[in-house]
Design a protein around this ligand. Structure first.
Ligand code: 13P
Length: 335
């Protein structure tokens, strides 16, 4: 493992005014996103859409890294330049989603476990050759008001995240560890805080037990937020306070950065909440940035609609969203 390389890549990903574009939707997920704008999910349409994102003007000012999917890391621009090279040529670091998605956890109704550890070492070696410098693995915790997730599901998912992170560091790839507590459901913000706390406490215990170097890893958590169906919604200030309180208690200071997922928040909400956290961050030891999928892409998809004539406008919308999140990452966003 090259610890210096891990540290320098992790630091570059959470550089000031910058964050990550998560463009690693699996084929079933991008199919859903395309269906929402009436576009067929063919390989060429997926390639055209990702090219639109990766070539938008000025995004390198606010996007430090892009998470790719297995198909995307092998695709090229229309001029034939492989996407990892298109990105690296602009000073954007290519990354790769390496988990094989969440499946039902045996004997644990309602709980899920993320798969993908088998032969991961070989896949990481190949992705490294294709140009990836970091990786992502997402654990998904369904949550309800009483019993979900189970303590066992938390442990099993954190154990898998730690095994993944150790394999990444062995291959000198920065692991982004993503323990996502979902915002679906009617639970309140307190319930989200207690499950997120349990998850983070277990996660860092497992990472430590596996010998993972915290200085060369990044955390991608959910914000502490009420379920979408909860009658009592929270202001950005409340989300920021609860999230920072939870992170301060459970995330070691050696971790260089925290890159939030957007998880179904609207683009404006995700930007507002990130901004509020950076306004009140005080002397938090880590950078607080973004690794947004939907919150960066929803307005872009809506502007594009699959049509060549809309590409320039969709790219303008995308650059703007990147810029606003770059400001929020500094606490300088004014809606
Ligand atoms: P969202 O920001 O849409 O939650 O996606 C981020 C991501 O990479 C989920 O794994």
């Amino acid at each position: 493992m090259n610890t210096d390389e891990l540290k320098s890549v992790a630091a570059a990903i959470v550089a000031r005014e910058k964050g990550i574009l998560a463009a690693d939707e699996s084929s079933p997920t991008i199919k859903k996103r395309f269906a929402s704008i009436g576009v067929e999910s063919t390989e060429e349409n997926r390639r055209r859409y990702r090219e639109l994102l990766f070539t938008a003007e000025g995004i390198e000012r606010h996007i430090s890294g892009v998470i790719l999917y297995d198909e995307t890391i092998r695709q090229s621009s229309k001029e034939g330049v492989p996407f990892p090279q298109v990105l690296a040529g602009r000073g954007i670091i290519p990354g790769i989603k390496v988990d094989k998605s969440a499946k039902p956890l045996a004997l644990q109704p309602g709980n899920k476990i993320t798969e993908g550890l088998d032969s991961l070492r070989d896949r990481l070696a190949e992705y490294k050759q294709l140009g990836a410098k970091f990786a992502k693995w997402r654990a998904v915790m369904e949550i309800d008001e009483h019993s979900l997730p189970s303590a066992y599901a938390i442990r099993a998912n954190c154990h898998a995240l730690a095994r993944y992170a150790a394999l990444c560091q062995e291959a000198s790839l920065v692991p982004i560890v993503e323990p996502e507590v979902l915002m679906d459901g009617a639970h309140d913000i307190g319930r989200c805080e207690s499950i997120t706390s349990a998850m983070l406490e277990t996660l860092f215990g497992e990472l430590d037990a596996h010998g993972v170097v915290f200085e060369g890893a990044l955390l991608k958590p959910n914000m502490v937020i009420p379920g979408k169906k909860c009658a009592l919604q929270a202001s950005s200030q409340q989300v920021a306070e609860a999230t920072i309180r939870c992170l301060r208690r459970y995330v070691p200071a050696a971790v260089p950065g925290i890159v939030f997922l957007s998880g179904g928040q609207s683009p404006e909400e995700a930007t507002d909440n990130l901004n509020a956290m950076n306004v009140i961050r005080g002397n938090c030891p880590w950078q607080l940035s973004f690794s947004y999928g939907r919150a960066l892409q929803e307005p872009v998809l809506a502007a594009w609609k699959g049509e060549e004539k809309n590409v320039a406008e969709a790219q303008r919308v995308f650059s703007r969203r990147c810029q606003l999140n770059g400001l929020a990452r500094e606490g300088l966003y004014n809606r």
